[in-house]
Ligand binder design. Structure first.
Ligand SMILES: C[S@@+](CC[C@H](N)C(=O)[O-])C[C@H]1O[C@@H](n2cnc3c(N)ncnc32)[C@H](O)[C@@H]1O
Length: 333
């Protein structure tokens, strides 16, 4: 239903060539057995996207433009198709005269993350929980050779297809997969990102191990997740919901998270940023109507969530998979 062959072709002559066969097989199986009620409706929106010639792409701004103004027909079809894919949680994107003002100002997170990364030039990147691939464009702008986003949300997958209809880059994709479904032990990506995913995992150490297994020896992990203030032995397990989310499991302190990373076999672990989420960064907009962060916080005390727990605080950590594969053995049973 979605043609991933151009992306799979891009894996040729890279350290990920051994992923081509299992990925082709996995996508064939997935689409053969697929029974998702929403996907056809999402895909229909793509048919409404107008053809536009003489494109200019600005990856840093995540913007597509053209010298000629769009005709009224083109403009209306574009807007209708993109609005048909609401809610847009991640962005922003500028597509010609349409500005997709997403719920999250992902440019603010990227500004916290980017200065700490090893040079992305020519690197192969795995972006776990990529959403619609916003960050992948910023990674491409920084010179990444190939970006494989993975995300189980079909809406994210189709939003990426809508953007890539104009950006037209087969080396950046969003695959409809969780990290648990990714071909195990690829041992090949130069850099892996896991941003905003760890707290959704019931088994966070397994998540970290799976990230490690996707990286080549010497590869770099960028981990971003919700944390709490506290010492290296502290983690919060919300008894019920957290900021209205019912799928939040572990919020460690940044120090505890660093220890977890070392425990599963990362080294050179650094906590590079700890920032409170603000209502400037996460807010409801025309492109994501309904509730947002302001509604998830205690109305009288913005330091607390509506459930009385510490308000969202996020940490960014960098770690490296050792070149020496022996190091992990001592922890394994
Ligand atoms: C809070 S969003 C974060 C998106 C983006 N990485 C960011 O930092 O803004 C979490 C994303 O992870 C995806 N996700 C949830 N569980 C996942 C898993 N096990 N593997 C990969 N992605 C997952 C969700 O569909 C969602 O798009």
């Amino acid at each position: 239903m979605i043609d991933y062959r151009p992306f799979i072709e891009c894996l040729s002559n890279t350290s990920l060539a051994h992923w081509q066969a299992p990925l082709s097989e996995q996508m064939a199986q997935l689409f053969a057995n697929l029974n998702d009620g929403n996907l056809p409706r999402f895909l229909q929106q793509l048919d409404k996207l107008p053809n536009i010639d003489h494109l200019k792409i600005n990856l840093d701004r995540v913007a597509a433009s053209t010298e000629q103004p769009l005709t009224q027909d083109q403009s209306e079809s574009l807007n209708e198709a993109l609005r048909g894919l609401i809610p847009w949680r991640k962005g922003p994107f500028q597509l010609f005269d349409t500005f997709i003002d997403s719920e999250w100002r992902c440019d603010l997170k990227w500004a916290r993350v980017a200065p700490h990364l090893s040079d992305l030039k020519n690197r192969t990147v795995l972006d776990v929980g990529s959403g619609n691939g916003y960050y992948g464009w910023r990674m491409k702008a920084a010179g990444a050779r190939l970006v494989a986003g993975i995300d189980p949300s079909w809406l994210s997958v189709v939003q990426h297809l809508a953007i890539n209809r104009y950006f037209n880059d087969p080396s950046h994709t969003v695959l409809p997969l969780t990290l648990e479904q990714l071909t195990p032990n690829l041992e090949a990506f130069d850099t892996a990102f896991s941003m905003g995913v760890l707290y959704h995992r019931r088994s966070p150490l397994d998540h970290l191990s799976e990230l490690r297994a996707a990286l080549r020896p010497g590869g770099e992990l960028l981990l971003e997740t919700l944390v709490i203030d506290g010492g290296e032995r502290e983690a919060l397990v919300p008894p019920g919901r957290y900021a209205r989310m019912n799928n939040v499991w572990f919020l460690p302190s940044p120090q505890a998270l660093a220890l977890w990373l070392e425990k599963v076999g990362f080294e050179d672990v650094h906590i590079v940023d700890v920032t409170h989420t603000t209502t400037e960064e996460q807010r409801n907009t025309d492109w994501k109507p309904g509730q947002s962060l302001a509604d998830y916080l205690d109305q009288d005390d913005p330091n607390l969530t509506i459930e009385g727990l510490p308000a969202p605080l996020r940490a960014v950590l960098i770690a490296r998979k050792p070149d020496d594969q022996q190091r992990l053995r001592r922890y394994q049973l």
